[in-house]
Each structure stands twice: as structure tokens, then as C-alpha cells.
Design a protein around this ligand. Sequence first.
Ligand SMILES: Cc1ncc(COP(=O)(O)O)c(C=O)c1O
Length: 337
Amino acid sequence: MTEAVLPEVAAFQKFKIGFDPRDKKRVFEYWDDIFTSQKWTEGKYTQLFEEKWANWNGAPAVAFSSWAGGAMACMEYFQLSGKKVLVPTNTFMATPLSVIKAGAEVVFGDCNREDLCLSFDSVVKAAKEHNLAAVWLVHIGGHLAFDTKRIADFCRANDIILIEDAAHAHGASWNGQRPGTFGDAGVYSFYATKSISTGEGGILVSRHAGLIEFAKKYRNYGKFEHVVHGLNYRLSEFTAALGAVQVDRMDEIVAWKNEVATKFLDPVYANRVKFPSGMVSGLYKYIVFDRIENSTGRVYDKLCHTILGQSGNFANAEWVAQNHWCVPLYYAPEISL
Ligand SMILES: Cc1ncc(COP(=O)(O)O)c(C=O)c1O
């Protein structure tokens, strides 16, 4: 395919952390306050970050030092050890590893070609063949899985726990509903390449008050009663302060990326992931199905069942692994649109 020439907007094609330089001042003010307070962990900025996130997400939130902390808290709270958990093979190894580390068994499932995410059909098939206790639904690329609502209804009707891997899904919504609120819980990552970032970090959201309470203890060795056996997944106050600032900028970052996509990319890349009506993607990735030269590569080109040495027929995931590319799209507010 002929490469698109986009000289006037080339700056958005160079990797940049999803952070607005105008926010440095407020980050430094918060950090100054933290230095003065002598409270570098478990303080008011962790709480502020959680409150702001919960407000954006529409569900209570617990901050962690990584996605993994939130994921493991879910695995333990829902007592999945020894049980079967469906995981799409087209995901990052973090998802199946959380299941394995929890002493549960991974059942792999296929995805759709259109959205790269776990398909409704694969959930129904796996539930027929296995006694599934839970499903990890991964929102790949920044949009919500197109089958999210059907999968959530099916899981609810069949007493299957649904956990959303929202590691990529900052800023996404579907008719106003945010990731992590369709199922029983959702877990985000703030790793350095994400749409918005704190360098390292994660956040868990859930409508279950019991899980929220459990997660706060889980990230802190079960303090103080030690009934919950977690480890240290606490976020430092400095990171939490960065997170609190990032949440306030998130919708603007997402709107900016969407404007660039609509104005400059969509007219060039007809063969791309196209979102259903009412869905907003955070556009962590802009995914096309034609080979392009100027690509940041694929979201995943190795399927997890293959990495783990398992066999299986996942025709759509095999196709997706070979046939998608990411067009670079990074937040660069200095470009006037
Ligand atoms: C789909 C998915 N799940 C989980 C993770 C793990 O996140 P973290 O690195 O914050 O533990 C990632 C990381 O990039 C991811 O892409």
C-alpha cells in the first residue's frame, strides 16, 4: 500500500508519553506538598487519584503499583484457584500469567477479526466444554471489545465472573458506560507507553464493595488483621499525584487523538478497526488491516497459547496476528488541528 504523507502533522507520529507538559507545574506543586508532608506512601494523593478515577469511571477504584496487583486481587477475591478461567489467546502474557500464578487453569479462546477481542462465540463454546468460573475480557487497543455487552449478559446468566482487562482502555466508553463496569471488575495499567501513564501503576474498579475493601488490604499485606494474604502493591504518593493530574487531562488527550484520527488518518486508512455506534476508543492504538511501512508494529504478533506451548484452533486470532498493523498516533498538543 502507498504510504500516506502527512507532513503537517508528522509530530504525532513520533513516540511521546501521554503527558501534557502544561501539567508539570501542578505535578511539581503536588510533589512539593508531599515533601512537606513527610508522607510518601498511603496518603492523600493515593486517595485523590482513586477518587478522581472512580468519578471518571463510574465505579469505586483502588490504586496499585501495577496492573498485576489489581489482577491478582481479583483472582484471590473471586477464589479462582483450582478453577478454569477463559482468556483470549490474543493478549499480553500478563493476562494468562495472572491466572496461572493464582493456581487456576487457563482455557484459551478465539477473538473476532473486526475488533481483535475475545468473541462471544468463543465464550459460549468454552462454557459448553468447560466448567468456567471466570472470563478475562481484554479490551485490545483502546476500544471496548465489540461483544462486551453480550458476553456480560451471558456471564451474568451463567454465574461466570467477568473481569475486564482494561490495560489499554483509558478514556474509552460505550454510550457513556466505561470499561470495568460491564462485568464484575476491571483493571487498568499506567505503564509508560499507555495513552496516559504514571510510568508504572494500575487501578482496579468494581461495583462490588467487598472487592474494593479486599483490594485495599490485598495491596498492603492484609494490614492490619492479616485475614487477606496480599503482598506489597502500594503506589507511592509521588506516582499517585502524577495519576491524579493525568486523570484530569485524560478526556482531552482522548478527544485530541480522536480528532487527529478523524481528520488525518481515517481518510487514508479505510481498512481499519471501525467502532460500533456510541463507542469512543481511547485510541491507545490505531489499528489497520493493510500492511503499512510506517507502522509501530502489531499489538501482539505471538499468541499466548503458542508462547505457552499449547495447541488449539484459533483461526481468527491466527489471522489477526498476521494481518494488522498500528499507525503511530501520539498526543502532541503543540500541533494545532
Ligand atoms: C493487555 C494487558 N494486560 C496487562 C498488562 C500489564 O500491565 P502492567 O505492566 O501495568 O502490569 C498489559 C501491559 O502492558 C497489557 O497490555
